[in-house]
Design a protein around this ligand. Structure first.
Ligand SMILES: N[C@@H](CCC(=O)N[C@@H](CS)C(=O)NCC(=O)O)C(=O)O
Length: 224
């Protein structure tokens, strides 16, 4: 199987982490988002949406990181995606919650407009209003995540690691680029520390820290 990805990509890193943890062999093809390789005809033929990640399994092609995680986990029988109907439904629910709620406001609303030029609103007042709106919405999601979803559990869906954890940590860690501080949410902070303590974390995220976090080390951002 082959994965088209970029090392800084929020939606590629969860797949790389799952593959590293579970020993899933993937051929890697970097699509250089920094030089616009994803916008070129060659990659547009792979994904009309011009985004990574894309998985190829023979002549089957799959986009959407959430769908790719589920496909890989199911195909390989990963313990991170148990076959039990209700356990699996809970994991799917949590991934949808991240994808449609928290990521929209935290990622697309608060982080990306501050670090990615194509997400920045041209009008400064619009930019500020968008950041303020997204911050409030993100804070609400983070409170729910901390208190109601994680609570006393070790992981997002109870005390067993699941693909929802891989998916979620990609999104939360993207906040490190804009220096987001999650300390006010203790259960969330504990879970983030647990995920970042995985032996594979450093190797999988080396490019993220080198090419995305480090360049913004001294920049000032609107926080949480
Ligand atoms: N919903 C998609 C989002 C994929 C996505 O946003 N990919 C980003 C990298 S994290 C990308 O390729 N961005 C390039 C662009 O949109 O121009 C998924 O979960 O796979």
């Amino acid at each position: 199987m082959k994965l088209y990805y970029h090392p800084v990509s929020t939606t590629s890193r969860p797949i790389l982490l799952l593959a590293a943890d579970d020993g899933i062999a993937l051929e890697h093809e970097v699509v250089d988002l920094f030089t616009g390789a994803h916008l070129q005809p060659a990659f547009t033929r792979v994904n009309v949406s011009q985004q990574v990640p894309v998985l190829e399994d023979g002549d089957f092609r799959l986009t959407e990181s959430s769908a790719i995680l589920k496909y890989l986990a199911e195909k390989t029988g990963s313990s991170a995606y148990p076959a039990d109907l209700q356990k699996r439904a809970r994991i799917n629910e949590t991934m949808d919650w991240f994808n449609t709620g928290l990521y929209r406001d935290l990622g697309y609303g608060l982080v990306y407009p501050q670090v990615l030029p194509n997400f920045k609103r041209e009008d400064a007042a619009v930019q500020q209003a968008n950041l303020a709106w997204s911050r409030e919405k993100a804070r609400r999601w983070l409170g729910i995540l901390d208190k109601d979803i994680i609570g006393d559990n070790a992981y997002l869906c109870g005390n067993d690691l699941s693909i929802a954890d891989y998916f979620g940590i990609g999104m939360l860690s993207a906040g490190e680029v804009a220096h987001l501080d999650y300390a006010q949410w203790p259960n969330l902070s504990r879970w983030i520390a647990t995920m970042k303590a995985r032996p594979t974390w450093g190797q999988v995220n080396e490019g993220f820290y080198t090419y995305f976090v480090a360049p913004y080390k001294d920049a000032a951002f609107e926080g949480l």
